[in-house]
Design a binder for this molecule. Structure first.
Ligand SMILES: [Mg+2]
Length: 174
């Protein structure tokens, strides 16, 4: 039962995602988490490196929507200056926000990857809908709120179980 929390791919950061290969495999859309995936949970704006990454994503031909459990103020202050569409207060891992992002992009689940730093919300939610899930390492986990810290505890249990089943091969804290 823990397989549902297993990402299809694990990378250190969004910059390590092989966009070219995913595009060649037929993927056309990226649903990405915001806090601790794109920037630290307390960082209001994108870094220059990230702005460049967004341009690269667009140039490859991917559509991109930010789907965040955070509030309108936080998400719009980050996304609006970059002209990026978003869904806030998403209640991941529940399905509606993911489905909304799919319809904003006009894409089918099999064409879309989900990027996030949390197993319990991003990966589980994406897997439930049959999206290609990519787990990144959290950028600054010390900035996390109560809800996320609770999810991290669950994450440790899930990783331990996956590790025991031979599905999670590296150190548990990775
Ligand atoms: Mg996050």
């Amino acid at each position: 039962m823990f397989e549902r929390f297993l990402p299809k791919l694990r990378v250190n950061s969004v910059f390590d995602i092989d966009l070219e290969s995913l595009y060649a495999q037929g993927y056309r859309g990226i649903i990405t988490d915001l806090d601790n995936t794109l920037v630290g949970a307390k960082a209001p704006l994108a870094t220059p490196e990230l702005v460049e990454w967004f341009e690269k994503v667009k140039k490859f031909g991917f559509k991109l929507v930010i789907v965040s459990n955070n509030n309108l103020d936080r998400v719009s202050k980050f996304a609006t200056p970059l002209n990026i569409e978003f869904v806030h207060a998403a209640r991941k891992p529940l399905g509606p926000a993911f489905r909304r992002a799919l319809s904003m992009m006009g894409l089918a689940p099999k064409e879309v990857i989900v990027v996030g730093d949390q197993l319990m919300t991003d990966v589980y939610g994406g897997n439930r809908l049959g999206l290609f899930t990519v787990l990144v390492l959290p950028i600054a986990s010390s900035d996390e709120g109560l809800g996320t810290r609770f999810n991290r505890r669950l994450e440790r249990i899930v990783k331990h179980r996956l590790h025991k089943s031979g599905l999670w091969l590296e150190e548990e804290n990775k």
